[in-house]
Design a protein around this ligand. Structure first.
Ligand code: MBD
Ligand code: FE
Length: 285
């Protein structure tokens, strides 16, 4: 599609391919799940039945069917399945998982988590470029059990886009590990992280996922967000995201992953930056 490539940001299919590689390398890519023949039969029958119903109801034509087949092949070849599935399907899986989860609300993980982020002390600054753009943000809080007990030594694994909306590890112009860290809570379960406020994220428009979005006349945006995974010994892992009140796309996330409990209202620190406190509550295993 795009014959003009800017030399600046990377965008595009590169991030899709990196997301596929990251998925295969991560634990999610390994191992199989035990699903009985009966359950596989029910799920697959229902899934294919839903597809057949859409075709029948909308009188889908042969040219449309062949175009869809071609598009599906391109999503695979471009490595965009993790991107596509996390944007358009993961929220439904997460909704099911969250029915049984106590404590802080979870939401989707998305395609851009990387394992093995740098371990940082409780009170720290995320790795950033010397000239990192963006409004300074001081993100502080405490990790506690559902009964209120503070959890020292808990891991707050945080990653977010930069002020241009790009993630390190998925955009070649960014240094490895930029704006990512695995922060370990102090003796009182507290943390304070200095970073910058991310920008909204745009689904790459030059890949098959972006072309599908454009074909349907939708917008490709997610609101600005911080991703967090919180882990503590003996507790169920929390995977969530935090958004900024009043931010663009907060009420119209293409990935349908916002929840009212996850909207931040940071306050000015008097020096041009923002301060936000947010506590995380974990359920016991
Ligand atoms: C993202 O940054 C993201 O968080 C999700 C869920 C999907 C695509 C890009
Ligand atoms: Fe994200």
């Amino acid at each position: 599609m795009s014959s003009t490539r800017t030399s600046t940001p990377p965008t595009a299919a590169g991030s899709g391919a990196s997301a596929s590689a990251a998925f295969r390398a991560g634990r999610q890519g390994r191992g199989t799940v035990e699903t009985s023949t009966e359950r596989a039969d029910s799920i697959l029958r229902a899934l294919l039945g839903a597809v057949h119903q859409v075709i029948s109801d909308h009188e889908v034509t042969y040219p449309e069917f062949q175009a869809a087949k071609n598009w599906l092949m391109e999503v695979g070849e471009g490595g965009e399945w993790p991107l596509f599935l996390d944007v358009f399907v993961e929220h439904a899986v997460e909704e099911v998982a969250s029915r049984s989860q106590q404590g802080t609300k979870g939401t989707i993980e998305g395609p851009y988590h990387l394992p093995g982020s740098k371990r940082l002390p409780a009170h720290c600054e995320l790795p950033r470029r010397a000239d990192e753009k963006g409004t300074p943000l001081s993100f502080t809080g405490q990790v506690r059990d559902v009964d209120g007990t503070p959890l020292p030594g808990a891991e707050v694994d945080i990653w977010h886009a930069d002020a241009d909306g790009y993630y390190s590890g998925f955009a070649p112009h960014l240094p490895e590990g930029n704006l990512r860290g695995l922060v370990v809570t102090d003796d009182e379960g507290r943390f304070s992280i200095r970073t910058i406020q991310p920008a909204p994220y745009r689904i790459p428009t030059d890949g098959p996922t972006g072309r599908m979005i454009a074909a349907a006349g939708w917008h490709p945006w997610r609101p600005a967000h911080l991703h967090v995974m919180v882990r503590a010994e003996g507790h169920r892992q929390l995977t969530t995201q935090l958004y900024f009140e009043g931010g663009e796309w907060v009420d119209d996330d293409v990935a349908r992953a916002t929840k009212p409990e996850l909207i931040l209202r940071p306050v000015a620190d008097g020096g041009g930056g923002l301060v936000q406190r947010y506590d995380f509550v974990l359920e016991r295993d």
